[in-house]
Design a protein around this ligand. Structure first.
Ligand SMILES: Cc1ncc(COP(=O)(O)O)c(C=O)c1O
Length: 448
C-alpha cells in the first residue's frame, strides 16, 4: 500500500534500506535514505509515495529529466531491434550517428574529431590518459588538487579531492603530478582573494616549480582538468588560469584533456563548459548527462590524435546501442531548448542564493558560484571562512525530510544540479525547501 508518510523514509523505504545494508558493498555508504519508486521530469517519488523535487539529477545525470517520453521512446524502439552486438567488433548505425553528432559539437573550433564510446566517466578518463600517452610517447600527467576523475585505478591516481578515495589502494599510476587549481576563494598558495583574482599563480607554479624542480616538461603527456571542479566543491576557475594552461600546453607540446563528465552536454548553458573560457582542448571526456541516465561515456579528440592502431584500445559494452539511441534523443532535446533553459535557471538560482546571503549567516561569507545548472553554495561559519561541514550535512538531511534531493560536494558545499529541463516554478519551490532546511540547520547550530 502506498502512503504519503510524514517521516521519510517510510516503512517500505526502511525495509529496503535494511535489505540493501545486508548485501551491497559497504564502500557506497552512507547514502541518503531515499528509496526511489519512480520519476517524472524534475520530480521523484519514493516507495512510500512521498514526492520530492530533484536538485541532484542522480549526480548531474538525468539531463532531460526523469523518463522523458522522447528518450523512453528511443530506448524502446532500439531495444526492439537489438540490445547488443559489440561496437568494437561490428558496425551499427546508431553508434555512427552518435559519434558523428559528438564530433560535430566537439569544442575543437570546427576541426575534425574522432570519438571512442565508453560505459562510464571513469572509463572515458582512462581512455583519454592512454590516448595522450600513446600519442605523445610521454609518460607523465599533470592533475589538480581538488580534482575528481572517477574510481578506477588510473582515474583514482588523478584524484585530489578526498583521501578516502585513495587510502588502501596504492600503488597508483606512476608519473602523476598534482598542482593547485585556481580557486580565489581558497587560494592554495595562501594568497588574498584580490591578489589571486588579479594574477593567479597556479600556472606559474607549473612552470617555475614543477618543471624546474620535479619533472621536465617534455616528459609530460597531458594536463587533465575539470573546467569546473565538481566533486571537489563546484569551483569555477578564472578564465585566465584556463587560458594559461592552454599556453603551457602549446609551449611544451603537452595535450590538454578537459574532463567534462559532469560539466558537459549543455549543463552550463553551452555544450561544453570549456567554451566559457575561450579555450580549445585536445581531448574531451564525457558521460553522466549524455544519455539521460543510460550508461554511456565518450572521449573525443582532435582527429589526428586518435590515430592509434587497431587493437590498441577497446570495450565490450561501450557504445551500447540502446544507450546510443538515448543519447541521440537527449542531444536533440538539449539542443532544442534545455541548454538555454539551463543557462536561465542557473542565473535565477544564483540570484536567489545571493538574496539569501543577507539573512543566512552560513551563506553571508560563503561562496556562491557556478555556470548554468552547475551551481554550488559553499557554507561557512564566519568571516574567516571556517568550513561549515556539519551544517552542510544537516541541510542535506533536512532537505530530504522536507522533500528535496540535494547533494553535497567537497567538504562544505551544496550543489544545485537539477535536470536541465526544470521549470521555473519547480526551481522556486525547490529553493523554498532549501531555505527552510537551511534555516533549520542554522537554528540547530545556534547561528540564528
Ligand atoms: C568530472 C568527473 N569525471 C569522472 C567521473 C567518473 O564518472 P563515472 O562515475 O561515470 O565513472 C565523475 C563522476 O562524478 C566526474 O564528476
Amino acid at each position: 500500500m502506498v502512503v504519503n508518510t510524514a517521516v521519510r523514509p517510510g516503512p517500505n523505504g526502511q525495509n529496503l534500506i535494511a535489505r540493501d545494508d545486508e548485501v551491497m558493498s559497504g564502500s557506497i555508504v552512507p547514502r541518503y535514505p531515499f528509496v526511489m519508486a519512480r520519476g517524472e521530469g524534475a520530480k521523484v517519488w519514493d516507495v512510500d509515495g512521498s514526492e520530492y523535487i530533484d536538485f541532484a539529477a542522480g549526480i548531474a545525470v538525468t539531463s532531460t529529466g526523469h523518463c522523458h517520453p522522447k528518450v523512453v521512446a528511443a530506448i524502446i524502439e532500439q531495444a526492439q531491434k537489438f540490445l547488443h552486438i559489440a561496437g568494437t567488433d561490428y558496425y551499427y548505425e546508431v553508434q555512427v550517428r552518435l559519434a558523428e553528432r559528438l564530433a560535430e559539437i566537439a569544442p575543437f573550433g570546427g576541426d575534425p574529431a574522432r570519438v571512442f564510446l565508453t560505459n562510464s566517466g571513469a572509463e572515458a578518463v582512462e581512455g583519454a590518459i592512454k590516448l595522450a600517452r600513446w600519442y605523445t610517447k610521454r609518460p607523465n600527467i599533470i592533475a589538480f588538487l581538488g580534482a575528481f576523475h572517477g574510481r578506477t585505478l588510473g582515474a583514482v591516481s588523478l584524484n585530489g579531492s578526498k583521501v578516502v578515495q585513495k587510502e588502501g589502494f596504492a600503488p597508483f599510476l606512476p608519473g602523476v603530478y598534482h598542482v593547485p587549481y585556481n580557486n580565489p576563494y581558497r587560494c592554495l598558495h595562501g594568497r588574498e582573494q584580490a591578489a589571486c583574482e588579479t594574477h593567479c599563480i597556479c600556472g606559474d607554479y607549473i612552470e617555475d616549480v614543477l618543471f624546474k624542480r620535479l619533472v621536465p616538461p617534455d616528459s609530460v603527456a597531458a594536463i587533465i582538468m575539470e573546467p569546473i571542479q565538481g566533486e571537489g566543491g563546484y569551483v569555477v576557475p578564472d578564465a585566465r588560469f584556463v587560458q594559461q594552461l592552454r599556453e603551457i600546453c602549446d609551449k611544451h607540446g603537452i595535450l590538454l584533456i578537459v574532463d567534462e563528465v559532469q560539466a558537459g552536454i549543455g549543463r552550463t548553458g553551452k555544450w561544453w563548459a570549456i567554451e566559457h573560457f575561450g579555450v580549445q582542448p585536445d581531448i574531451v571526456t564525457s558521460a553522466k548527462g549524455i544519455a539521460s541516465g543510460m550508461p554511456l561515456g565518450a572521449f573525443i579528440s582532435r582527429k589526428e590524435i586518435m590515430s592509434w592502431p587497431p587493437g590498441s584500445h577497446g570495450t565490450t559494452f561501450g557504445g551500447n546501442p540502446v544507450s546510443c539511441a538515448a543519447a541521440l534523443a537527449t542531444l536533440d532535446l538539449i539542443e532544442a531548448g534545455y541548454m538555454v533553459n539551463a543557462a536561465e535557471q542557473g542565473v535565477f538560482i544564483r540570484e536567489v542564493l545571493e538574496e539569501m546571503q543577507s539573512h543566512h549567516p552560513s551563506l553571508r561569507y560563503g561562496r556562491i558560484a557556478g555556470l548554468g545548472l552547475m551551481t554550488g553554495a559553499e557554507l561557512v561559519l564566519d568571516e574567516v571562512r571556517t568550513p561549515a561541514q556539519d551544517l552542510r550535512n544537516a541541510v542535506e538531511n533536512y532537505a530530504l525530510q522536507n522533500g528535496l534531493l540535494l547533494l553535497g560536494a567537497g567538504s562544505n558545499t551544496l550543489r544545485f544540479c537539477p535536470p536541465l529541463m526544470i521549470e521555473r516554478e519547480t526551481v522556486q519551490a525547490g529553493l523554498e525547501i532549501f531555505e527552510k532546511s537551511l534555516t533549520q540547520a542554522e537554528q540547530d547550530a545556534g547561528l540564528l
